[in-house]
Design a protein around this ligand. Sequence first.
Ligand code: F6P
Length: 356
Amino acid sequence: MTDTNNDPKTYSADELLKENENLQQSNTGSLSAMAEAKTVAVLTSGGDAPGMNAAIRSIVRAGLNTGYRMLGVRRGFHGLWRGDIIELNSRSVSEKLQRGGTFLMTARSLTFNSPEGVKQAYDMCKVFNIDALVIIGGDGSYHGALDLSRLGMPVICLPGTIDNDIACTDYTIGYDTAMNTAMEAIDKLRDTASSHERCSVIEVMGRHAGYIALNVGISCGAEVILIPEVEHDFNRDVIKRLLECRNSGKHHYIVVIAEGVGSAVEYAKRIEKMTGIESRATVLGYVQRGGSPTLRDRQMASLMGVQAIDCVKNNRLNRVVSYRGGQIVDMDIEEAMKMTKTISLEEYGDAKFIAI
Ligand code: F6P
């Protein structure tokens, strides 16, 4: 019903007290309401990613505000089959939005890879009367979710990984923060490479995917970018290119390689030996997985969390929440898992084109 009265509504002291009581109940969940409410559990799985906390917060608040009982599963799927599950209220997720990591903790569960492990996790969902399970994680976590859904456990997945390598989505939570962390580090490395006229070889994360390497390389003006998706010829693509850069007047060089390509230490040694350019290696490693999420990761995590609860509310179950064509959407998990995604070779070519 539309309120046609434009004056602000006034409340009596009694009405305000009652309103406050209702609010407190919805925040903590009264026992009688909890017995009837739908129960939604949330877990984070696989490698952590900045923004996972923002996603949990959003899911919990959106769930509570829809009238659900909210549970948090600690330590990913490992915690699920062990029943490591806690009740969450609105205050449990206060002060989490800006924090890196995941306060629910995460794990890479080997037990969950077996049919027995999946069945045990499914049984635990029944013990806790879980009606829907929201899983925030990467590709491996999506496979775990799919297994659970096939046993009859309704799931919703949110993409949480710094690698951006989930096929059904253009964006994953944590990707932006990781890239910004790497970019800031490489800017600093450039200062010292320039002072010493050296070649700085930087290994960024991405065992199977070069999204971080490609975009950080573009953003830092790397002379050479090596990614697992594109084969390279060391002499042609690294040595010849660095020598061309030197001949064009450059005095220092940035080489960005994804960890899936090889070791920065080895590359630096080979570059120095074959070009005579003094070279130093830096492995950025886990620093890329930590830290306070960027605006983009907080915003995407928050909006994706709301979409997850919207799926539960409207009975769109066994779905994955994705970012596609500039919009947050959801799609069937079976369909999503059949999708493939390829890195942009055009962008890879453009990066080369402007680096010399
Ligand atoms: O989170 C993704 C990722 O960082 C990959 O790039 C990397 O290969 C992997 O996780 C390593 O993570 P862990 O050592 O936790 O298995």
